[in-house]
Design a protein around this ligand. Structure first.
Ligand code: TYM
Length: 336
């Protein structure tokens, strides 16, 4: 038997930030030796909100380069572009027809994003989690490593698989495999630098709310200097009245590779003026090697293209097999 499989993806919308790294990519890298990894750029998801066609392809390549720069190793991983594999959209349609509408209306991310879009909410924004279910189930992964905000989408994915199995399969021989979410506690929910009660997000209009993986050192320093804090001396974890303090301590703990106890002891008597340079140094030290590698990869577009071509071929073979299985179960004839 081969290694268990993981699958995950990121939307190529805007710059990747520390939340994407700590909630997702870093974990893929840490576990990659033990899994067969399928990692993709969710470019079909990227158009569920207004987008700039002139930037979509470039952003997609940039995310692929970032996966590699963060340490994804092609010996263990297949990296591919979602839109290069038509099986994603085809399976999404089949799933759309068996997914009750009220399951989608309950999705927190839909409700949040729909408010921001006003009257121009697209049907794609509503059915986005169905496409995500197709992304996942096509590859029959054992686990899906993501940040906390994706948990509800993974539950929906399992519900869709179970419903299809129930309606069209046999109990002893299910059509689709139900994957488990994999959410690592540390870094699962990195919060905004300007509001410790909201998650760090690509779509926040203020760039000061996030540290982007490509921010140069002076920018990182500036953002941490400006970030929201509180007037209390002595920095403590887990105080519900001090969300910013908890977030910044957690970031420091992960970025400096220390235990919670060590950071709690180090920072318990500190003021912000003493703490912020430590966090700044830890962030710069983590991101500098990633940035150097990223720029080297981007300097060789031929290499990136070959990675994505190879990724498409490997991924398509698996995706097409699952799609055929589902179509047969739904009663479609095989093409002549
Ligand atoms: P996206 O592009 O919003 O985020 C990509 C990954 O980063 C994690 N993440 C965070 N983790 C911790 N703190 C944060 N502030 C933070 N912000 C983002 C997300 O949890 C995610 O793991 N719908 C997905 C993309 C997708 C997908 C999939 C993922 C499409 N199909 C199939 C997994 C499997 C999304 O929009 O992620």
């Amino acid at each position: 038997m081969g290694k268990p499989r993981i699958l995950s993806g990121i939307q190529p919308t805007g710059d990747l930030h520390l939340g994407n790294y700590l909630g997702a990519i870093r974990n893929w890298v840490d576990i990659q030796r033990d899994y067969d990894s399928f990692l993709f750029m969710a470019d079909l998801h990227a158009i569920t909100v207004p987008h700039d066609p002139a930037k979509l392809a470039a952003n997609t390549y940039e995310v692929a380069a970032m996966y590699l720069a963060c340490g994804i190793d092609l010996e263990h991983a297949t990296i591919f572009v979602q839109s290069h594999i038509p099986a994603h959209t085809e399976l999404a349609w089949l799933f759309n027809c068996i997914t009750p509408l009220n399951w989608l209306e309950d999705m927190v991310q839909f409700k949040e994003k729909a408010v921001k879009q006003g009257e121009n909410v697209s049907a794609g924004l509503l059915t986005y989690p169905v496409l995500q279910a197709a992304d996942i189930l096509l590859y029959e992964p054992d686990k899906v490593p993501v940040g906390e905000d994706q948990k509800q989408h993974l539950e929906l994915t399992r519900d869709i698989a179970a419903r299809l199995n129930y309606l069209f399969g046999k109990a002893e021989n299910p059509i689709l495999k139900l994957p488990e979410p994999m959410i690592r506690a540390a870094g699962a929910r990195v919060m905004s630098l300007t509001d410790g009660t909201r998650k760090m997000s690509k779509s926040d209009p203020s760039d000061l709310s996030r540290i982007n993986l490509l921010d140069p050192p002076d920018q990182i320093q500036y953002k941490i200097k400006r970030c929201k804090t509180d007037p209390i001396r002595g920095l403590l974890f887990d105080d519900p009245d001090r969300p910013e303090c908890n977030n910044l301590l957690n970031l420091y703990m992960i970025l400096s590779n220390q235990t919670k106890d060590a950071v709690a002891a180090e920072c318990q008597d500190m003021g912000w003026g003493q703490f912020k340079p430590l966090l700044t140094d830890a962030a710069i030290a983590t991101l500098k090697p990633i940035q150097d590698k990223y720029h080297a990869i981007m300097a060789d577009p031929g290499y990136l293209e070959s990675v994505l071509r190879q990724g498409r071929d490997t991924a398509a073979a698996i995706a097409n097999r699952t799609l055929s299985k589902v179509k047969m179960a739904l009663g479609y004839s095989t093409p002549l």
